[in-house]
Design a protein around this ligand. Structure first.
Ligand code: ZN
Length: 168
């Protein structure tokens, strides 16, 4: 598209009444579902004790976080609860640069911020959460992070505000 065509397209768009979403709560989607016995233990420990618990497979020793009832590859029931974290290694990540309406708050979420896949110490699975971006050049796979807990916790993964880089 030539600069003239682009400019004309922009003018056309400005004339239209584009759909916009305003203020908080319009994106709210209320629903309820059970997280089950294992999910409840996980959330309860985060809420009450700021601890992460996983479950270890009796056959392959893999530790799942959040805990689940059955190890898929081994097809056995898991019952050994283990504490993991709170430190975690960044295994992979993406940086969100486009603002969007956060469905949890109804407000525009400031950018940029990181979305990381963390392996909590002692765990074999990845746990996803946000992390702040102050200096993009400092963010590398393999770095250690730790959670920042909210003061008022309700039993949700959002009881963690975000993970932050551990400064050694
Ligand atoms: Zn297993």
């Amino acid at each position: 598209m030539s600069p003239e065509e682009k400019s004309s397209k922009e003018q056309e768009l400005q004339k239209e009444d584009l759909l916009t979403i305003h203020s908080a709560k319009e994106a709210e989607q209320p629903f309820h579902y059970s997280v089950g016995r294992y999910g409840s233990r996980f959330l309860e420990e985060m809420q009450k004790n700021k601890r992460f618990v996983g479950v270890r497979c009796p056959k392959c020793s893999k530790v799942y976080v959040p805990p689940r009832e059955v190890c898929g590859p081994c097809f056995v029931k898991m019952e050994e609860e283990v504490e993991v974290g709170p430190r975690a290694t960044l295994e992979t990540f993406t940086i969100i640069r486009f603002p969007y309406i956060d469905p949890e708050t109804g407000d525009l979420r400031p950018v940029p911020f990181g979305y990381g896949f963390f392996k909590l110490d002692g765990s074999d699975t990845l746990f996803q959460h946000y992390f702040p971006i102050d200096d993009e050049s400092k963010i590398k796979i393999g770095l250690k992070f730790e959670p920042i807990w909210k003061e008022e916790r309700v039993g949700s993964v959002r009881d963690i505000e975000q993970f932050v880089l551990v400064e050694d």
